[in-house]
Write a protein that binds this ligand. Structure first.
Ligand SMILES: *Cc1c(COP(=O)(O)O)cnc(C)c1O
Length: 428
């Protein structure tokens, strides 16, 4: 059989790039097969180099809340590029992006822009340590906060899929500063504080877990984290890299009414370009250099292209009814999927918060990591390929989130449900 262009490119890529990809989850290891090389995206659709069209629910893993090549974002980028792509000196749109973030998030008085979610979380941890003068941090098994050394401990999706919960190359001495608790289990958090009273700088948490697949916080869980950290003098860090400007205009903290001390962001705030940010109360952020003694810097931070795409995206998101619309479309999708799973008699549990969702191959409920891990990842792999063949691009791993954008239409959703029904009947 003749090779497709994607197969040719993937073979070539593997000669020059480890695994042929620049981020492990793109390799399709979890589902098998060759990843299509994508050539173009427009609205809710992407096209691969062989001309196949897909309805896209990956959305670049979360950033593309407006869909692909949104005209406002494209125009902002064109204008920024024509004016020079980087200066290493302050530009106006940095202030505008920072203002948009601070105005949206009441817990964020000041924000520092960086280049990725990884950097945002890494810096947030450093800041929590600087502010409290303590070393230990707590993270939750199955939550992912980027690939900084101390955070690659039981780190969800990519790491989970690839069976490297703790990466090689992370010094054990360093990893021991990271305590691992269980998501939606406050007793496991209390136990950490009992073992290390007044030694924990902070808790970092995805307020809606997205990197083990979507798992919403249990009733009282986030409130409990707020209470425990406040009592002990530790900081509460919300990793809103996915949820910020995704689950609502004030992220998960607005949705659930919890005020963290520090918030990490990324993905959507860069509108598809590399951006991250961390922010919080003024007294905490004043510890960041050059005001304070916590050093953190970046040659391309606040890059004119990236901040322009971010400003355009956050401005678009202010149109009335945006979150209701994407949440409603996602609900139409997950309701429809739940029905076709049931009709096909394939065990499925579909979790959704706003416009982010995961269909677990699992009769459910799925509220904890053990329940996530009980999902049938092999069956998911078959489902994934049946969907891909039918022109629907979902996450190439059971342990990831899917995303609906403002570019999706009811017709897209209904077409997706119909294709899912066909795909599911092939699994029996
Ligand atoms: C994607 C992600 C990160 C890392 O962001 P990068 O831009 O990939 O470095 C951190 N935290 C969460 C919750 C994420 O989903």
């Amino acid at each position: 059989m003749q090779q497709t262009r994607s197969e040719q490119l993937f073979a070539e890529a593997q000669q020059y790039i480890p695994g042929g990809v620049n981020s492990p989850v793109r390799s399709f290891r979890a589902v098998g097969g060759t990843p299509p090389f994508l050539a173009r995206g427009q609205g809710s659709r992407v096209w691969d180099v062989d001309g196949n069209e897909y309805i896209d629910y990956l959305g670049s893993w979360g950033p593309l809340v407006l869909g692909h090549a949104h005209p406002t974002v494209v125009e902002a980028l064109r204008r920024a590029a024509e004016g020079g792509s980087s200066f290493g000196a302050p530009v106006e749109n940095e202030v505008e992006l920072a203002r948009l973030v601070c105005n949206a998030f009441p817990s964020v008085d000041m924000v520092r822009l960086v280049n990725s979610g990884t950097e945002a979380c890494m810096s947030a941890i450093r800041l929590a340590r600087a502010f409290t003068g303590r070393d230990k941090i707590i993270k939750f098994a199955g939550c992912y906060h980027g690939h900084a050394d101390g955070l690659l401990v039981r780190a969800g999706s990519g790491a989970m899929t690839h069976g490297i919960p703790t990466s090689a190359g992370v010094p054990e001495s360093y990893a021991t500063e990271t305590l691992v608790a269980n998501f939606n289990d406050l007793a496991s958090v209390e136990a950490c504080f009992e073992s290390f009273p007044s030694a924990i700088a902070g808790i970092i948490v995805e307020p809606v877990a997205g990197n083990m697949g979507v798992v919403p916080p249990a009733e009282g869980f986030l409130e409990g984290l707020r209470e425990i950290t406040s009592r002990d003098g530790a900081l509460l860090i919300f990793d809103e890299v996915i949820t910020g400007f995704r689950v609502g205009p004030q992220g998960a903290q607005g949705l659930f009414g919890i005020t963290p001390d520090i918030t990490a962001m990324g993905k959507i705030i860069g509108g598809g370009l590399p951006v991250g940010a961390y922010g919080g109360r003024r007294e905490i952020m004043e510890r960041v250099a050059p005001l304070g003694d916590m050093y953190q810097a970046g040659t391309l931070s606040g890059n004119p292209l990236a901040v322009s795409a971010g400003v355009a995206t956050l401005t678009e998101l202010q149109s009335p009814g945006v979150y209701e619309r994407i949440g409603g479309l996602a609900q139409r999708l997950t309701d429809g999927l739940a029905q076709v799973f049931q009709r096909a008699e394939v065990p499925g549990t579909i979790n959704r918060v706003g416009s982010m969702f995961t269909g677990f191959m699992n009769s459910g409920p799925v509220n904890k990591l053990e329940q996530v891990e009980a999902s049938d990842a092999v069956l998911y792999g078959r489902y994934f390929h049946e969907m891909l063949e039918r022109g629907v691009y979902i996450a190439p791993s059971q342990f990831e989130a899917g995303f609906v954008s403002t570019a999706h239409t009811e017709a897209d959703i209904d077409e997706t449900i119909a294709r899912a029904e066909e795909a599911l009947t092939r699994l029996r």
